[in-house]
Design a protein around this ligand. Structure first.
Ligand SMILES: [Zn+2]
Length: 280
């Protein structure tokens, strides 16, 4: 067993298989392993976009109560590098102060003594989040059937991943692929695994509820579309065939796919609740 673990060593764990002492990375670099607190946690919604590849659609992080989480808010930014499919979309109709026409880019909740902020990307952990998403979607074993998958390395920390997909004949391969990821940004694998083990059922159950909700809303929408097609005398399927033949694909975000303009606000609330409730 090679005890001299380098930065590029990774664990790849399936389901509840946990590392044993021999496979734990040793603190060979002399870096002090700080205690893990909630500021190191985040929950990501990732998407494998047809146009842009693995992208972060939304990330929820824990901010400092003393700053009100301001350090996590993102300013208005150009969205040229995002398409509809990989965008976090919050309807302006839902924003009370409609005096500005700019889209909402951040959501913030204060619960007890912590602040929870959701954004399209993380200002302070952009590189980390990007590497986590790329890794999550690059794993050939990710099944998109909501079975949990874990990976750990010194760069990406500990990641609990659940993949899922939605049928969409306007997407490549007729499906859109997503993943929910709980990330602990630490090199301290043992402490991180302890936290994950202590909260496994809660995180898995929470993610499953979110995924089932999204899939259920999406199936309802498909049913509605099919009923409408039947009422319209079957003209729409012909349009569908025409579109497919001409490879015209329409990009859709999660809000459209679920016909729920509150979906990202709900995700923010659910993620905040999960992060708030974790036992450290
Ligand atoms: Zn995209």
């Amino acid at each position: 067993m090679n005890k001299n673990k380098g930065l590029n060593n990774e664990y790849f764990l399936q389901n509840e298989q946990l590392p044993n002492e021999d496979t734990e990375p040793k603190n060979v670099t002399g870096i002090e392993l700080l205690p893990i607190n909630k500021f190191l946690f985040s929950i990501l919604l990732g998407h494998f976009c047809d146009k842009h590849g693995p992208t972060i659609v939304m990330v929820t992080q824990v901010g400092s109560i003393s700053t009100g989480g301001d350090e996590l808010l993102v300013p208005d930014f150009p969205t040229d590098s995002y398409c509809e499919s990989c965008s976090m979309h919050i309807s302006n109709n839902l924003v009370k102060d409609s005096s500005t026409k700019t889209d909402t880019k951040s959501m913030r909740s204060v619960i007890a003594d912590s602040v929870y902020v959701s954004t399209q990307y993380s200002l302070i952990r952009y590189q980390l989040m990007t590497q986590v998403i790329r890794k999550a979607f690059s794993e050939e074993t990710i099944s998109y059937d909501s079975s949990p998958l874990i990976f750990f390395d010194d760069i990406r920390g500990l990641n609990f991943v659940m993949g899922f997909k939605l049928y969409d004949d306007q997407a490549r391969g007729n499906e859109r692929r997503y993943s929910l990821i709980f990330n602990i940004n630490t090199k301290n694998s043992k402490a991180a695994m302890n936290i994950l083990a202590n909260n496994w059922d809660f995180i898995e159950g929470g993610f499953l509820k979110i995924i089932h909700y999204i899939q259920h809303k999406h199936e309802e929408d498909i049913k509605r579309q099919l009923e409408k097609e039947n009422e319209d005398g079957g003209f729409t399927p012909m349009v569908g065939t025409f579109l497919r033949a001409n490879k015209v694909k329409t990009s859709k975000n999660l809000s459209e796919l679920t016909k729920d303009e509150l979906i990202f606000i709900k995700l923010h609330k659910w993620n905040s609740y999960i992060l708030k409730s974790l036992l450290v």
